[in-house]
Ligand binder design. Structure first.
Ligand SMILES: [Zn+2]
Length: 237
């Protein structure tokens, strides 16, 4: 069967369901609750801030740790983070988030962050706990905040859509080549190939350039697991 050069692949950096499992040119990274995955290919696992009622106990953390250590397909911690509009009290969310950050740091694992109206706190936590690469997934804010996050070392995972506000378009255009990912998250109407088309158009680059840039970012961001991903470690775009 024809193989697809890795840097010609589309990467859906954050999604909750597989849509392209039969297409060899799409990599989907599924976001799951720890311990709840079945054979789904590449994924990340974490305790979402909406669902961390009460504290994460050591048993729950051990489940996550087991995913991360024992499963070569488990690429990182997340989604986890802070949400000011939904879920339990901020203190509870923050505590659960920090526990997961400690785990990520102890393993050298990257972190996929859900952040709603809590960017000051995330930036503050980055200074104290940011020992590995972090990405804000589903980032939709303006260029000024994007620049602040980029300066602090974050990656940004974006999902541009037709008719989005100009401030979002400006930010999609601005996001540096070496910090960008694209995703569909849980939107059933979004197709990752269309997301790439839109992003390429906004950023005024070819599809090939965008795919190669994002593939390189993917390799850098998940470098702690790269050696265990067959056939990929030698491939550079
Ligand atoms: Zn999500």
């Amino acid at each position: 069967m024809r193989t697809v050069t890795p840097c010609k692949m589309y990467i859906d950096f954050h999604t909750h369901r597989q849509r392209h499992q039969d297409e060899r040119d799409v990599i989907e990274i599924i976001s799951v609750h720890p311990g709840r995955h079945s054979a789904i290919g590449l994924y990340t696992a974490g305790y979402h801030p909406w669902w961390v009622d009460g504290n994460i106990d050591s048993e729950s953390l051990a489940v996550l740790e087991k995913n991360l250590i024992e499963d070569t397909h488990c690429l990182g911690v997340g989604e986890c983070g802070l949400d000011s509009l939904k879920g339990p009290d901020p203190e509870i969310q923050e505590k659960a988030f920090i526990l997961q950050l400690h785990l990520a740091n102890s393993l050298g694992a990257p972190v996929i962050i859900h952040c709603v109206r809590a960017f000051d706190r995330i930036l503050r936590l980055r200074k104290t706990y940011g020992k590995t690469d972090w990405v804000i997934h589903g980032f939709r804010r303006n260029r000024t905040l994007a620049a602040q996050l980029i300066d602090a070392g974050f990656y940004l995972s974006l999902s541009p859509f037709a008719g989005m506000p100009q401030t979002f378009t400006d930010m999609v255009k601005y996001c540096p080549d070496d910090r960008i990912f694209l995703e569909t998250d849980s939107d059933p109407d979004m197709d990752i190939k269309e997301v790439y088309s839109l992003a390429a158009q906004i950023r005024n680059v070819s599809h090939e350039t965008l795919k190669a840039d994002i593939f390189n970012n993917f390799q850098v961001f998940f470098k702690w697991k790269q050696a265990s991903l067959p056939g990929w470690k030698e491939q550079n775009c």
